[in-house]
Design a protein. Structure first.
Length: 604
């Protein structure tokens, strides 16, 4: 095969050319890919995807030294891609204005490059003859495309070897490795014989967990958070889960877990962490033409007591300079301590003070809460809490605007199932959160419960999920007290950025039999978006929302609907897409004219 002597030289030449000729003017007219023999579209796509020249072809004004570096590096890339697909006798030629790129000396880069021809002759595709990786641990699944008679992809050999070694590690053999291998290509018949012998080693149990780095977090707490089960049979998933637990507390900038065989059959785990800076602050802003400006800020202290605890204070001002709305204020604090009753349990305490002035009421509230969060799996989390709050409420909808005080004891319970591929900008997967909050009003005889369901689904289409369909269903309801006696923040409204874009903020309420209009005791929200990437950073969105508010605890159709629709733009940033939406009302008599929304993150 003519390329073996050119690969290393080609890579070195590319580097030297870039260093010696930085100022040559670009002049590339065309790059032509040619294939010899019966080459499938799938293989052509694979070869073009690994080729740097193929990427250069899409750009303008490429200097000759960049073209030379790409051409000389493509020999290796193309040959490796052909090996991966089972072609072990390929011929690859790359000609720059008729000269073989690998033969051009590094100091003789042409001042001008007009044409590049890439000629690929894959040759015969090899098939597996003998295909054995052994011994195999019990329960190890078969590996796709690795069997006698299958195309002899190098990637299939790598995948099977990895799967067998992983299979042994999953049953406790932490030091399983490749002991020997025999790979023979029979070119005359196009057969590749593969025999790989695995040394399983012996079964290990978790030994000591040793913290090897200096950290402001106590060693005992690091071991407690990692949750490595000392004395149990080794499981690589437990090691990875321990690393992920340490990362998730947010105290460490980097986390590394290393396995070290100890005496007998014990395997020690070495933990190395690097601390983040202990304090952090930030702020954010969101604006809507109707709701006005929303400003948020926070201050965070990591590792406040030396056990990776977090203490965070948040401040929020909403509805500044909004249309027909008054500003609302809230300040809240939250303390978290991980690994309290086990590595996957989080204790938290909260406190808040808020002031809300809405069309129906004014509320001044202070509250305190305690709770625990349990992570059942990587995607399933449950939470149980106990809260006590006092609210001084002025009922603006009643003559004389009477005041009342509500002391509410509640026990919120929630379950969250999150299977999204990216919480900041999901393209596939789903999110489901269900919550119920039984409560009693200590200053009266009323008791009841509030329920909420938030379900979201995402599906990507086309190459790289360039088009995403996103859907959302929200359900909520209050049963127990009448609307006039319930805490106002337990009632539902529709309209605005979180429910129905294009309708004024909280513009839809419910009509009760006595003729009073108040927040509803039930809510249904429907949202759909079609998100389309225009460039790598910029995207456009078309959306439609609908909301229902009713006087009943469960939907029966006796309430009212409103809807809105619009278009928007998204610009991707490291902290999530910047959102710009413009929407107008479609149905309902709650508003007219367009609404504008600007913020960070997708609408849902």
């Amino acid at each position: 095969m003519r390329l073996r002597g050119w690969r290393r030289a080609g890579k070195a030449c590319g580097v030297m050319v870039l260093a010696m000729c930085p100022g040559i003017a670009p002049a590339l007219d065309s790059i032509n890919f040619q294939y010899v023999g019966d080459v499938s579209e799938e293989l052509r796509d694979i070869l073009r995807s690994v080729s740097t020249l193929s990427e250069i072809e899409k750009r303008d004004d490429q200097p000759p030294q960049d073209v030379m570096a790409a051409a000389q590096g493509d020999y290796t890339r193309l040959v490796e891609a052909l090996y991966a697909q089972g072609y072990y006798g390929p011929d690859v030629r790359i000609r720059i204005d008729g000269r073989e790129a690998a033969t051009i000396p590094p100091f003789e880069t042409p001042d001008r490059i007009s044409h590049v021809d890439v000629i690929v002759e894959p040759g015969k595709r090899f098939m597996f003859g003998t295909a054995v990786v052994a011994p195999v641990a019990p329960g190890t699944p078969a590996t796709e495309q690795f069997d006698s008679g299958e195309p002899a992809r190098a990637s299939a050999v790598r995948n099977r070897t990895r799967d067998v070694v992983t299979g042994w590690r999953k049953v406790g053999n932490a030091t399983a490795r490749v002991a020997d291998q025999s790979i023979t290509a029979r070119h005359t018949v196009g057969i590749l014989d593969v025999t790989v012998r695995i040394d399983p080693g012996r079964e290990y149990r978790f030994g000591d967990v040793i913290v090897t780095s200096d950290s402001a977090v106590k060693d005992g707490r690091i071991r407690q958070i990692a949750g490595i089960p000392r004395g149990e049979i080794f499981d690589p998933d437990e090691v990875e889960k321990g690393a992920e637990r340490l990362r998730s507390v947010g105290t460490f900038r980097s986390v590394t877990l290393e396995e070290r065989p100890g005496p007998g059959n014990e395997l020690d785990i070495l933990i190395d962490v690097t601390d983040r800076k202990p304090r952090r602050f930030g702020f954010g802003a969101e604006v809507s033409s109707n709701e006005g400006l929303k400003l948020t800020s926070f201050w965070l202290h990591r590792n406040i007591f030396g056990g990776a605890e977090r203490f965070r204070i948040d401040g929020e001002v909403r509805q500044l300079a909004g249309q027909d709305v008054k500003p609302d204020y809230e300040i809240s604090a939250r303390f978290e301590k991980p690994a309290v009753y086990g590595p996957d349990t989080l204790f938290f305490a909260t406190a808040s003070v808020s002031y809300e002035e809405e069309p129906d009421y004014i509320s001044r509230q202070a509250g305190f809460g305690l709770g625990v969060s349990q992570e059942f799996s990587d995607t399933l989390t449950g939470e149980l809490g106990l809260t006590l709050s006092r609210s001084d409420i002025t009922d603006l909808y009643l003559p004389g605007e009477p005041e009342r005080t509500l002391d509410v004891l509640a026990m919120p319970v929630s379950l969250t199932w999150d299977k999204r591929d990216d919480p900041l900008d999901a393209r596939n997967g789903f999110f489901l959160r269900s919550a119920v909050e039984p409560f009693t009003i200590l200053t009266g005889d009323d008791a009841g419960a509030k329920y909420d369901i938030d379900a979201r689904y995402y599906k990507g289409f086309m190459e790289d999920d360039a088009v995403v369909a996103a859907m959302r269903l929200q359900l909520g309801g209050l049963f127990g007290p009448d609307a006039a006696d319930a805490p106002p923040d337990y009632l539902y409204y529709s309209g605005g950025g979180g429910t129905v874009r294009g309708q004024p903020y909280e513009s839809l309420d419910a009509l009760y039999p006595n003729g009073t209009r108040l927040g509803g005791r039930s809510f249904v929200g429907l949202s759909g978006e079609l998100r389309v990437d225009v460039t790598g950073k910029l995207g456009i969105v078309a959306f439609a929302d609908a909301g229902y508010i009713g006087p009943e605890s469960f939907y029966d159709g006796s309430g009212d609907w409103q809807s809105g629709a619009g278009i928007g733009a998204r610009y991707k940033t490291p902290v999530g897409p910047v959102r710009f939406d413009i929407a107008g009302p479609v149905s309902g008599d709650t508003g007219n004219g367009v609404q504008l929304y600007i913020g960070i993150g997708q609408a849902f």
